[in-house]
Design a protein around this ligand. Structure first.
Ligand code: GDP
Ligand code: GDP
Length: 438
């Protein structure tokens, strides 16, 4: 049974810019809701499983509650989903902006919430600014218990969470219901490569709105599924759309959101369209960022296999020299979301890669191994042979190895790459990053 289905649900409501996503990010440890610097970027419904001092609940951030007059079909659909989330909520946090006070739109939302079953707490946000305290009295006239908070600085958040937990009796996680111990998988890639389709395949349901329109808005962006007794949280690159007046190209926004999804993930699935020839610069950059900079496990998923032959796919892997080394290290698989081909294999590959990144090596094993390699092929720098004393693994996921050496400045990328390659040749580490600390 999926325990997450039974968790109490807390929904955050409020008009745009009051600070909902800032609050969400503060509570949700797996940061993935976003505050953008670009005004006018709206998010859709974001949901996460959250643990606050051992209390587990589902946190939902709704967007798009404002009136539907003149809105597109998609926006109406998002509003309907927000309403549904409010109806199913166990507790609603209604946030207003303490710098602005109560606007007509806030009153509209308040009216809506009075008809809902769940208890409502009014949050007056931005109390780090003095004027917000004045608006707390005004807020009280809306008829809900008032909490002054600062989402950005954390003020008042502890008291609020205590009150919520008291009100709706959020269960303390028992032994069998601990904080999710699984791992997070981000599904990233350019628009239209099949990310939503892949999410649906992996989650075995028709969850997101798959649309033919490139870069179309999508709703929920994360969901959990159990794979080999591990809870795997899948995150899609959040759907977003431009509001009028925002000129930044959608592609750039997509990249920004992909970067954030990568930061929050353990394993990254970079979905590419196998029928599109070699990886684009943007895709290679994403791969580089995920694997080399952020040290995340990486699987390149060639989707739409039904449209190309295996030979073509193999050719496409022969990428340009700069990224050749990188692509040798990451895991790859060819799938088709249309026919379902290799989806099962992908599921087990994700699990395998996750397990690989959790491997532990003993100090003796590592030290002996590296010493052996150096005996075969001593390393030199500026005419001096490099001295290596011992190795010690300090972390898993990513595998992080501390090297104790004679003269650290001489251990640069080339020297470390030697160790990296040797380690990869000896152990199967395809798809996982290895970090060396000298
Ligand atoms: P949302 O549209 O409701 O999700 O709002 P955001 O979380 O994107 O926040 C809107 C703006 O308010 C951002 O510029 C935030 O940095 C700012 N903000 C959020 N919380 C606080 C706070 O506690 N104090 C102050 N001064 N600004 C805040
Ligand atoms: P996203 O923008 O990356 O989330 O892409 P979508 O999942 O919305 O898919 C974009 C389009 O590609 C849709 O029309 C899908 O039906 C189609 N598509 C997805 N996977 C496959 C596949 O394996 N084969 C083919 N032929 N089409 C696919």
């Amino acid at each position: 049974m999926n325990i997450y289905k039974t968790l109490p649900t807390i929904v955050i409501a409020g008009r745009a810019n009051v600070g909902k996503s800032t609050f969400f990010n503060r509570i949700a440890e797996n940061v993935r809701s976003m505050t953008y610097d670009v005004p006018g970027v709206t998010r859709d419904i974001v949901t996460d499983i959250v643990s606050w001092h051992g209390h587990l609940f589902r946190l939902i951030d709704t967007g798009g509650l404002s009136s539907t007059k003149g809105k597109s079909e998609l926006e109406q659909e998002i509003k309907n989903r927000a309403l549904k989330a409010l109806q199913d909520a166990d507790c609603t946090l209604f946030m207003i902006d303490g710098l602005v006070g109560i606007l007509p739109e806030d009153r509209e939302i308040a009216k809506l919430l009075r008809h809902m079953r769940a208890p409502v707490f009014l949050l007056v946000n931005k109390t780090d600014c003095a004027v917000a305290h004045e608006y707390m009295h005004e807020g009280a006239t809306l008829g809900f218990p008032v909490f002054g908070i600062s989402a950005a600085h954390g003020r008042g958040v502890d008291d609020l969470m205590q009150a919520i937990i008291h009100k709706i009796e959020v269960p303390v996680s028992s032994k069998s219901m601990t904080t999710p111990t699984g791992y997070r998988v981000a599904v990233i890639g350019k628009p239209n490569v099949g990310k939503s389709s892949l999410m649906n395949q992996l989650l075995q349901k028709d969850r997101t709105i798959v649309s033919e329109m490139a870069g179309s808005t999508r709703e929920a962006i994360s969901d959990t599924v159990t794979v080999y007794q591990q809870t795997l949280t899948l995150t899609d690159t959040p759907g977003m759309r431009r509001k009028r007046g925002v000129t930044e190209p959608l592609e750039q926004l997509m990249v920004k959101s992909a970067l954030r999804a990568i930061d929050a993930a353990h394993v990254v699935l970079l979905v590419v369209d196998a029928s599109h020839g070699t990886l684009s610069d943007q895709e290679l950059k994403l791969a580089f960022y995920a694997f080399e900079e952020k040290h995340k496990s990486l699987i390149v998923v060639y989707n739409k296999q039904d449209l190309v032959s295996d030979e073509e796919v193999a050719l496409r892997e022969q990428q340009r020299s700069l990224y050749r080394q990188l692509l040798d290290k990451v895991a790859t698989i060819t799938v088709s979301c249309t026919t379902g081909k290799n989806i099962g294999k992908l599921t087990s590959l994700i699990h395998t890669v996750w397990e690989r990144s959790g491997q532990r090596f003993s100090d003796v094993e590592l030290t002996t191994f590296f010493n052996e390699q150096l005996t075969h092929k001593p390393l030199f720098k500026s005419g001096r042979s490099l001295e290596f004393y011992r190795a010690h693994q300090i972390k898993v996921a990513p595998i992080t190895i501390k090297l104790v050496v004679g003269y650290p400045p001489h251990w640069e990328r080339t020297q470390l790459n030697f160790f990296d390659n040797q380690l990869r040749t000896r152990y199967n580490l395809k798809g996982v990053a290895v970090v060396f600390v000298v």
